[in-house]
Structures are given as structure tokens and as C-alpha cells.
Design a protein around this ligand. Structure first.
Ligand code: SF4
Ligand code: SF4
Length: 427
């Protein structure tokens, strides 16, 4: 079904260019925590070239190497010839999934992501029993295991579960008496774990007198499955979401997403994914102009900035982390800062663009030692700012940064910029 890496890349030309270059190596997230030429962008390209030429078998060692990329796109960002390293790794992961299968617990997780009712049920059960196995830190929507198990160490922080999801907490149509209306795509982590993001977005829309359509049938964008090579799940969820979005009335001006990864998936990765399904590619492209990150749309299409300027200044210091899927993939970095800076003091960390180290489902499970190591410099740079709040428009970054700060005993609190904006409007 999918294009093979060799159809995207000319490996002999790119390998030659890479040998003389190496510009991406200092910014490569995996190379920084595992300094081996093999686990670097040009190492990956070299191996993919060998695989393409039939000189490399996709064995367990190759699988292990290709699964160690964080898909952070740092390399794509600095590459003078814009090589889409992330795209070719995503493609080869599908071959890996076909050859080796997908671990049972990932399959179970992706099954939940395909069926919202099942997901609702599983999370409700999880909420009921979470205190049996986990200590809850309600103030930061997090929890840590009571027992040391292989993937659940007691010092590791996870997002805690909510009794009722965000989408199930509200009516589908919320009338704010406005002449404008937007649909909200909330994403799974903000729906089930970090509910304050959606609640804050509704508060902002109310203040702006913009009606909200909560699009309750939305399915997971498919990003976790895409980065793991489960292309059947991506195909099913992406087609469902596209058809669903197409059914929205003309009165819906935009689909706004307070999540960098979901937004990048819907807007950019659907196109990559459907590159060899022309009909779906056309439909994905057509929807693209209607999808926005929440701060992007609020900054450019509403008077929120002026409204915030009329509100009080909060003395808290905020530092902003740029999610890879926001700045590097969608060019969104000024918008959240513009809005937050109206009411808070922003102090930049030394490298806001450095990947937090989340890396996806495989990285957070089988290769967590890499994710944990990649989170160390991010926690240290946040600590150095002495900020009260670290913000990023991404719940995956939130999960990873919360865990990294917990290991390093950093007391800074994480908030999505949407939460900070809603707090400023309440003043
Ligand atoms: S996507 Fe990130 S981790 Fe992967 S090769 Fe590129 S820079 Fe390295
Ligand atoms: S920056 Fe681009 S051309 Fe240079 S080594 Fe990295 S992937 Fe190759």
C-alpha cells in the first residue's frame, strides 16, 4: 500500500551528500543520548540505502536501530537539502511492523484508539482502579506507580486519569451567542488526562463570543500508530476523521486543535500517509486550510490579543518549550508567545527548540532509557530559568517534561498556553 523508502529518496545521491555534511549530528536527539554514528540521521540513511539495495536484512538489530529515532525532525530542520529523514523512518517502521508484528500491549492500545466507546470504557475503569496501583498527584494531573514493575518504576510520573472525559463533560454544541463557530479537535491526552486544556479553550471561546462544536465522534488522529508503523490503524482513523470533518456545516470556520502533535498529524502527516492514495490525498489536502493549532487561530483570526492586553499582568514567570510538531513542522512559535506575553513575563530557556524526548509509544515503553536520558537537559534548562510555569501546546511534551522535572526535582509547573490565557481572562 505504501511507497517504499527508495521511491521517496535517491539513496546514492543522499548518502554522498551526507558524508560531506553531518550538520544534523549535533542536533540529533538520539545521537545526543547514544553517541553512535549508526544512530544518527546519516547512519539511518546509510542503513536504509543498504536495505533498499538488498544488502541489509531487516533483522532484530536493524529494527532496534530504526526504532531508536525520536522522529523529532531536528535533522530535517537543519538539513541544507531538506532530507525528510522522519518520513523514511516512518515508512520503514511499517515494514518492521509487518515483518515482526506489533507487541500485544501496543496492539491493545491502538485498538482503543480506533474505538472511542472502548476508550471511554477503558479510561473509566482505569480511573476507578488507578489508586490501587498508583499514587495520585492531583495538582499536576499525574501519578506514579506504587510498585516497581518493568515499565512502571515508582519514580516515573504518568498522566493520571479523569472520571469523565472532556468530550463527555459538555454538550456537543456550545452556544456563546456569537456569529462565529469553530469545531474543537481535542486529542486523546487532553480528552482523558489533561482536561484543563479543553475547559480553558471553552472559556476563551466564551469570552470571545465564538460558538463551539465539540465534534464528539472524532477519533484519535492516529499519530501514535503512525510513529509505530501500525498503518492499518492510521488508515482507518484518518479516513474516518476526514469523512467526519467533511460533514461539518459551512458555518464551521475552522477546526482548532490545542495540541501540536494532533494538529501536525491532521494537517501534514495525513498528506504524507496518503501519498499513494490519490483520492484520499486530495481530500486530506482540501481540509488542510481549515485546521489550526489553537494559539495560531486565536492569534490571527480573533481579537484575543487586544482582550488580553486589557487584563492584569500576572507576576509569574513563564518559560516556553517549542514542541517539535509545532515549530519545526508547522512554524508555530510566535503565536503562543505573543498571547502569553500580554499577561506573563516570559524568560526563554537556553534551547526551547530542543526536543523534550517524548519520542512516541515505542520510546516510552521499550526504549524508555533513551527518553529518560533525552529529558535530562530539558529539565535542567527549565530549572535554570527559575520559571514558575513551563508551557507548551502539546500534551505529549507535558507528559515527558513532567516526568523529567520529577526526576530532577524541578518544582516548575506545566501548563498549556491555553490554560494560561484562560487564567489571565479570569482576572
Ligand atoms: S528525527 Fe530526530 S532523532 Fe531522528 S534522526 Fe532526525 S534528529 Fe535524530
Ligand atoms: S543535514 Fe541532511 S545532508 Fe547533512 S548529514 Fe544530515 S541528513 Fe545528511
Amino acid at each position: 500500500m505504501n511507497k517504499r523508502p527508495e521511491e521517496i529518496f535517491n539513496f546514492s545521491e543522499t548518502s554522498d551528500a551526507c558524508i560531506k555534511c553531518g550538520k544534523c549530528i549535533p542536533v540529533c536527539t538520539i545521537h545526543n543520548v547514544n553517541a553512535d554514528e549508526v544512530t544518527s540521521p546519516r547512519g539511518f540513511i546509510d542503513l536504509l540505502g543498504a536495505y533498499k539495495n538488498g544488502k541489509l536484512d531487516l533483522d532484530k538489530n536493524a529494527k532496534d536501530i530504526f526504532e531508536s529515532c525520536f522522529l523529532c525532525t531536528n535533522c530535517v530542520d537543519v538539513c541544507p537539502i531538506s532530507l525528510p529523514v522522519d518520513m523514511i523512518i516512518e515508512q520503514v517502521r511499517s515494514d518492521i511492523a509487518q515483518k515482526f508484528g506489533i507487541a500485544w500491549y501496543k496492539k491493545a492500545f491502538f485498538l482503543l484508539l480506533r474505538h472511542r466507546w472502548l476508550n471511554d470504557l477503558a479510561f473509566k475503569l482505569g480511573w476507578t482502579f488507578q489508586t490501587c496501583g498508583f499514587k495520585i498527584k492531583a495538582d499536576i494531573n499525574s501519578m506514579s506507580s506504587r510498585f516497581n514493575l518493568p515499565m512502571l518504576k515508582t519514580d516515573r510520573l504518568f498522566p493520571s486519569l479523569m472520571k469523565t472525559s472532556f468530550l463527555n463533560s459538555h454538550a456537543e454544541n456550545i452556544n456563546n451567542g456569537g456569529k462565529r463557530k469553530v469545531a474543537v479537535f481535542i486529542g486523546c491526552l487532553a480528552n482523558y488526562n489533561y482536561k484543563d486544556t479543553g475547559e480553558s479553550l471553552l472559556e476563551i471561546l466564551k469570552a470571545l463570543e465564538i460558538d463551539a462544536f465539540l465534534a464528539k465522534d472524532q477519533k484519535c488522529c492516529g499519530a501514535p500508530a503512525y510513529f509505530t508503523g501500525d498503518f492499518d490503524t492510521v488508515d482507518a482513523n484518518a479516513k474516518f476523521n476526514i469523512k467526519y470533518f467533511e460533514s461539518f456545516g459551512e458555518d464551521i470556520e475552522a477546526i482548532i486543535v490545542p495540541e501540536a502533535t494532533c494538529s501536525a498529524m491532521l494537517k501534514i502527516d495525513y498528506e504524507h500517509f496518503f501519498h499513494d492514495q490519490p483520492e484520499w490525498l486530495k481530500r486530506a489536502k482540501k481540509l488542510k486550510d481549515k485546521i489550526f493549532m489553537a494559539t495560531e487561530w486565536l492569534q490571527h483570526y480573533t481579537h484575543l490579543e487586544q482582550l488580553l492586553a486589557s487584563k492584569k499582568k500576572d507576576m509569574r514567570i513563564v518559560t516556553y518549550h517549542d514542541p517539535c510538531h509545532a515549530k519545526k513542522m508547522q512554524g508555530i512559535h510566535k503565536e503562543p508567545r505573543n498571547l502569553i506575553s500580554k499577561n506573563y513575563n516570559i524568560v526563554e530557556m537556553s534551547d526551547p527548540n530542543a526536543c523534550c524526548g517524548f519520542g512516541g509509544v515505542t520510546m516510552q515503553t521499550e526504549k524508555y532509557h533513551f527518553a529518560k536520558a533525552a529529558g535530562v537537559p530539558k529539565a535542567a534548562m527549565i530549572k535554570k530559568t527559575r520559571a514558575d510555569v513551563v508551557s507548551a501546546e502539546c500534551s505529549a511534551c507535558r507528559m515527558q517534561i513532567n516526568a523529567s522535572m520529577n526526576y530532577a526535582d524541578v518544582k516548575t509547573v506545566f501548563k498549556n498556553p491555553i490554560e494560561l490565557i484562560a487564567e489571565a481572562l479570569r482576572e
